[in-house]
Design a protein around this ligand. Structure first.
Ligand SMILES: C[S@@+](CC[C@H](N)C(=O)[O-])C[C@H]1O[C@@H](n2cnc3c(N)ncnc32)[C@H](O)[C@@H]1O
Length: 505
């Protein structure tokens, strides 16, 4: 391991190590995305920045694809389209690579740091189920489940709550076929069945799902006995962890009706953002181009280098998106704050999804929990690219680097406030620290430490939890990672009549 990187390794605990109590999330400690800005600043001081070498074929494929998209659009595309293609293009997108998490991947997330994370979110889910009157059917939906670790720990942690366990069906919304396979393994799915389109694909992989953010995700499949997803090709199985039925969906639309709990952990940060810049000509939009002539004549936002075939330029004037989105976000903000803004970053797909989720729980009853790194907003330019646990320029490694942006929680709350008649209430953001401590992180940790097989293991458990709720700056010299307790925040939305959720007071 490269000692100068802000990356740590701890003992990997497995089920075999500490018995049935231990979940999938006890593992590697490495760099989280919310802390990278700081972590890299330190690392780069010591070593200088660099993107490393790329697989030439993959890079060429993505560049070729972007060239065609830009030619089709008249020479440039909005930053949001660039991000979407880089992350979820079915052929060249970053998430199509499969397991990009942990020590051997590009970054680490909370469920991979400690099993306690998924377990206490299980407490949140069980409390919401109770608040809903313990219905006999409960759809537990997760957007962007990554390795499936959070859901595995949630199911394991709640398996003794009989009413909850028997009510739950799991609905995973995941764009990456490769990650769907990883999730099925993590959830110990048996009787995995894929319908014909996937079988036509040789049966080895599930088909490429539609992007959850585009269009409708299909109809409810009547053959599934009411629990299953779209009538199109899809995958389903049964988790041996709790016996829950597990379904993979392309989008929310195909999740069958019924009381619904939705978890989005580090999902909104992976959704495309548009970026705007205030100029004498009004709010112009940042565009990505590969056209050298355009890059030399338009107002350039980012330097073009021989290594960087792409450039970021400003639209000649306000775009339709500037006209529609900028005033909407700035509405109601104090004049001095608005006047001082030069940059604005907005995620239209996040706003649309939050709106859809509000509709969903209004009609079906339920709650939504989003946890991510973010701020109250409005935000300027937070888009960043991470490859091999270090920063690279956002234009340098299209399709090979993770792109993410801070979540503008204020913009999400605005979506709910714009329709006060809808009958859903939004709470937060509160810090991850406040949420996890309120949901009983310490009590669960004490239980695990008591049952730990060794002192090393107990220490690893404590360290993992300290990282989840701590707010320390970290220390690149000693390898101590920065705490995630304050940089990561939680926002919750509940349907009419539900009490304020625990942790949001
Ligand atoms: C940053 S990862 C978070 C993974 C997981 N929640 C965790 O915390 O470990 C983002 C996840 O969202 C998925 N994803 C990204 N964009 C998506 C989209 N448009 N539709 C569905 N899934 C998407 C990725 O494939 C990945 O599973």
């Amino acid at each position: 391991m490269d000692g100068t990187r802000a990356r740590l390794t701890t003992t990997t605990t497995t089920d075999a190590d500490v018995g049935a109590d231990v979940g999938a999330g006890a593992g590697v400690v490495a760099i989280d995305r919310g802390g990278l800005r700081r972590a890299l600043d330190r690392a780069s001081m010591a070593r200088g920045m660099g993107g490393g070498e790329h697989g030439k074929g993959e890079r060429t494929g993505m560049i070729g694809h972007l060239k065609r998209a830009m030619a089709f659009a008249g020479g440039s595309i909005p930053v949001s389209e660039y991000v979407r293609e880089c992350l979820t293009n079915p052929e060249h997108g970053y998430y199509m690579r499969g397991d990009v998490f942990g020590r051997d991947g590009d970054f680490v997330t909370s469920p991979e740091i400690s099993q306690v994370f998924g377990e206490v979110l299980g407490v949140w889910a069980a409390l919401q189920h109770e608040a809903l009157g313990s219905p006999g059917t409960l759809r537990v939906v997760e957007f962007g489940p990554g390795r499936g670790t959070l859901m595995a720990d949630l199911l394991r942690g709640t398996s003794k709550f009989e009413k909850f366990r028997s009510a739950v069906s799991v609905h995973l919304i995941e764009v990456s076929p490769a990650l769907r396979e990883v999730q099925a393994r993590t959830l110990r799915c048996v009787d995995v069945e894929t319908t014909s389109a996937a079988a036509d694909d040789g049966g080895a992989r599930v088909r490429v799902p539609k992007n959850a953010l585009e269009g409708e995700g299909g109809e409810v499949d009547k053959r599934s006995g009411g629990d299953g997803p779209s009538g199109e090709a899809h995958t389903r199985g049964t988790s041996e962890i709790s016996g829950a039925k597990v379904f993979w969906h392309d989008g929310l639309e195909s999740v069958p009706n019924g009381p619904t709990l939705v978890i989005c952990h580090e999902f909104f940060d992976a959704l495309p953002v548009r970026q705007f810049q205030r100029t004498d000509r009004g709010w112009c939009e940042k565009l990505v181009t590969i056209d050298a002539e355009l890059a030399s004549t338009a107002e350039t936002v980012e330097e073009t280098t021989p290594r960087r075939e792409l450039a970021m330029v400003l639209s000649p004037g306000p775009t339709p998106a500037s006209h529609m989105l900028v005033p909407r976000r700035l509405k109601g903000l104090p004049k001095e704050q608005v006047d001082s803004l030069r940059l604005l970053e907005l995620s239209p797909p996040s706003m649309t999804l939050w709106d859809k989720l509000a509709d969903r729980i209004e009609k079906n009853s339920g709650a939504v929990l989003a946890i991510d790194y973010g701020e109250e907003g409005p935000l300027g330019n937070t888009l960043e690219a991470i490859k091999d646990h270090k920063f690279v320029h956002v234009l340098d490694s299209p399709g090979e680097a993770d792109l993410s942006a801070y979540v503008d929680f204020g913009a999400l709350r605005q979506i709910v406030e714009e329709k006060p008649q809808r009958g859903v209430t939004c709470y937060g953001p509160v810090t991850q620290q406040q949420l996890l401590l309120s949901l009983g992180l310490v009590a669960r940790l004490e239980q695990l430490v008591e049952n730990a097989a060794s002192e090393d293991q107990a220490n690893a458990l404590v360290k993992g939890c300290e990282r989840l709720v701590g707010d320390g700056a970290g220390n690149a010299e000693t390898g101590e990672p920065p705490g995630m307790g304050v940089r990561y925040k939680a926002m919750c939305m509940v349907s009419r009549g539900l009490p304020k959720p625990v942790g949001f007071s």
